[in-house]
Write a protein that binds this ligand. Structure first.
Ligand SMILES: NC(=O)c1ccc[n+]([C@@H]2O[C@H](COP(=O)([O-])OP(=O)(O)OC[C@H]3O[C@@H](n4cnc5c(N)ncnc54)[C@H](OP(=O)(O)O)[C@@H]3O)[C@@H](O)[C@H]2O)c1
Length: 291
């Protein structure tokens, strides 16, 4: 018997639209109770083309759901002191609930040092050491948007996570590491793979849930996927044939139970989660006044 069934396609665009609707409803509810409109400040340093596109999308998405967008475009030759002073000002601005410093920064600036200056309660990208530490401890905090979106997609696809073997390909600060911590929080048994993993295909084949966040076009083939697995493709690779993920979609969708497409999978969820986290940050109780 030849297998004709194909995997369910997990529609990230549709799920993201639902999250945005929910966020828009929460924003108007906050306003109707006389509360403040949630605000997101985005800081873009320099003229990296991809970053300009990402930041513009984030700003537009804010406008669409009623989140106030505070746009700061900073010249590439800004000094660390000047950037620190801007971040400090936004940390202290009561109208700003979320503060996002778009990465990568120009090489002259230390990304870790600059990111660490963001107030943890406004850190909607979940990249400060405080929020990363809370995530490692399994405590509530603001978490990176892409991994948060992956978890939402897995729930949406009805994937059983408790006790499942989840394999994460990639260990970046932005995706792989925080995702492994979130999956552990969902009681999955988690394996993180990277460029030095031995028998990568074998490890991946034992996954009930396989998430690829590598940045290598179509590197995950059908031979790396267990029959019936759920496969989430975080990769975004620009190639001659257009945007492709880290997963060979056509081949893998013959084996998987469910799979995300690229584009239209994880990407739309990342921005939706940013909006959701900005509203969550706006709902945090005010910190005690400092004397
Ligand atoms: N959809 C979205 O919203 C979204 C958001 C963020 C990123 N992305 C995409 O996701 C992908 C990953 O992003 P990232 O920021 O996590 O990338 P990254 O910082 O470059 O990390 C890539 C990871 O993949 C591992 N790796 C590289 N080659 C490998 C191989 N042959 N076998 C096994 N592991 C390998 C690396 O291992 P080592 O640590 O050993 O070097 C590293 O941990 C990119 O395509 C990016 O564009 C998408």
């Amino acid at each position: 018997l030849s297998r004709v069934a194909r995997a369910d396609i997990i529609d990230g665009a549709a799920l993201a639209a639902r999250v945005r609707e929910r966020v828009a409803a929460e924003v108007s509810q906050l306003a109707s109770r006389g509360g403040v409109a949630p605000g997101l400040a985005t800081v873009l340093v320099g003229e990296d083309e991809a970053s300009q596109v990402y930041v513009r999308r984030k700003r537009e998405a804010c406008e669409q759901v009623g989140i106030r967008s505070f746009d700061h475009d900073v010249a590439a030759d800004v000094t660390p002191e000047e950037l620190a002073e801007l971040l400090s000002r936004l940390n202290g601005d009561e109208g700003v609930h979320g503060l996002l410093l778009q990465l990568p920064l120009p090489p002259e600036l230390d990304q870790d040092e600059m990111t660490a200056l963001i107030s943890p309660r406004k850190d909607v990208d979940g990249l400060t050491p405080v929020n990363a530490g809370l995530l490692m401890h399994g405590r509530p905090g603001l978490v990176p948007c892409t991994p948060a979106g992956v978890i939402e997609l897995l729930h949406h696809a009805g994937t059983e996570l408790a006790g499942a073997h989840a394999v994460v390909l990639g260990r970046s600060i932005l995706v792989g590491r925080p995702l492994a911590a979130l999956l552990l929080g969902e009681n999955a048994t988690v394996t993180t793979c990277h460029s030095q993993t031995r028998d990568l295909a074998g490890v991946c084949r034992s996954a009930d849930v396989l998430v690829a966040a590598v940045g290598s076009p179509k590197m995950v083939g059908a031979d790396m996927v267990k029959e019936g697995a759920t496969v989430i493709d975080v990769g975004i690779n620009r190639t001659d044939e257009g945007l492709v993920g880290d997963v060979d979609f056509d081949a893998v969708s013959e084996r998987a139970r469910a799979i995300t497409p690229v584009p239209g999978g994880v990407g739309p969820m990342t921005i939706a989660m940013l909006l959701a986290q900005t509203v969550a940050a706006a709902r945090l109780p005010r910190p005690p006044a400092q004397g």
